[in-house]
Design a binder for this molecule. Structure first.
Ligand SMILES: *Cc1c(COP(=O)(O)O)cnc(C)c1O
Length: 384
């Protein structure tokens, strides 16, 4: 026995088409990437606006390295807190329309840090069934009683809250744009219900930041709920093209998290250059609205093209779930697409529920109509 279970488990994964492997990108992150010396159209990045390799972002990071060096050498509360962390937190608060914000090294850590500080044993946290893994992990780790409602089912949410009056604190949490399905949460109804039952509301706007809203501020802006969500979570690693996560909200909330969040306190501060890149990304989103316009033009174009051969795929965001069902089927389709120069890895359990393995198509502002046509041409040929 000893450590033998590892090879047994790996074999079990292999036998059920669940073994994952890494593809190495040899180029910068763009809509076209290089793998093994060959060029592939990428339809699987969260780099929705193409900012990850944008000249202004690169330039900002380079300038920050010249001025502040690379590493931070300590956590924020010891000596790692630098000018650019402060500037970025101020910018995020302004961008999200809140009093303040707190930065975490990743969005995953932001969810863990916030959830574990806000609720614990004796409290209840209620979330959508399809919430992101980082939310689920945070809910579990918090020690609070954790209940889920069926996907987007606000009636069930309300009935759970009706039965929750005995708990000390109540927290409702939802993704705004669901990461594996691309559909959007009924935020206005959820906000009304949370208020009615005096529960805190936390919204994970990771996939909506830089994508939804007139100014790209996210689904909360899009729904006219700015300033009305207690805890706003976001990632700087997707449309913003950088790295990092954040919580935005009231000044007391942010001070509380700075004092209580273990994933903020016990980890080294982000490099200042990463903050400079995020600042540049948020500024670009605010100043150049053509980026978001181009993304949405591509979303509508893909939707119209897709509807020519399947009309059952919901297209509500840049994330389009192409559900196959069986794990083998999704793996095989991904391989066939790869042979045709298109990169879309299969999404399998436990990331999605069993029987719903899929290819998750992600669109970018930097795809051309020809890129999208090529995907839509190849998809039915390889699928059927
Ligand atoms: C990606 C993602 C996160 C985690 O953000 P990172 O910055 O990548 O750690 C959290 N929530 C949702 C919904 C996400 O899609």
């Amino acid at each position: 026995m000893g450590i033998d279970f590892i090879s047994n488990e790996l074999k079990a994964l292999q036998d059920s088409a669940l073994l994952r492997d890494l593809k190495t990108i040899e180029s910068a992150q763009d809509s076209c990437v290089q793998i093994n010396g060959k060029s592939y159209l990428s339809f699987c990045s969260n780099n929705y606006l193409g900012l990850a390799n944008h000249p202004k972002i690169k330039q900002s990071a380079i300038e920050a390295i010249h001025q502040y060096g690379w590493g931070t050498g300590a956590s924020r509360l010891i000596s790692g807190n630098m000018l650019l962390h402060q500037a970025l937190e101020k910018k995020i608060a302004e961008f999200k329309g809140t009093e303040a914000a707190i930065l975490f090294p990743t969005g995953y850590m932001a969810n863990l840090g916030a959830l574990c500080s806000l609720v614990s044993k004796g409290d209840i946290v209620i979330g959508d069934k399809l919430n992101h893994a980082s939310i689920i992990d945070g809910c579990r780790l918090s020690g609070a009683t954790f209940r889920i409602y069926p996907h987007k089912d606000v009636r069930q949410l309300e009935s759970l809250l009706q039965r929750s009056s005995a708990w000390r604190r109540k927290l409702v949490i939802t993704d705004s744009v669901f990461s594996m399905d691309g559909d959007i949460a009924p935020l206005m109804e959820i906000a009304d219900i949370a208020k009615k039952y005096d529960a805190m509301l936390m919204v994970d706007d990771a996939h909506a930041t830089g994508v939804f809203g007139k100014q790209g501020k996210g689904l909360i802006e899009h729904c006219g709920l700015e300033g009305k969500i207690d805890i706003v979570m976001g990632s700087l690693s997707k449309a913003v093209g950088s790295i990092g996560g954040f919580i935005a909200g009231s000044k007391p909330l942010i001070s509380f998290l700075k004092n209580k969040s273990r994933s903020f306190i016990y980890t080294t501060a982000l490099p200042p250059a990463a903050c400079a890149a995020s600042l540049a990304g948020l500024t670009l989103i605010q100043e150049d609205t053509s980026l978001i316009d181009r993304l949405w033009k591509n979303i509508y174009f893909a939707k119209s093209q897709l509807s020519k051969f399947v009309n059952t795929i919901p297209v509500e965001s840049p994330i389009i779930p192409f559900i196959i069902g069986s794990t083998e089927g999704a793996v095989n389709l991904s391989i066939k697409l790869f042979e045709n120069g298109i990169l879309i890895p299969p999404i399998r359990p436990p990331t999605v529920p069993p029987g719903t393995s899929r290819l998750r198509i992600s669109l970018m502002a930097t795809h051309s109509e020809d890129d999208i046509k090529r995907l839509i041409d190849v998809l039915p040929r390889t699928w059927l």
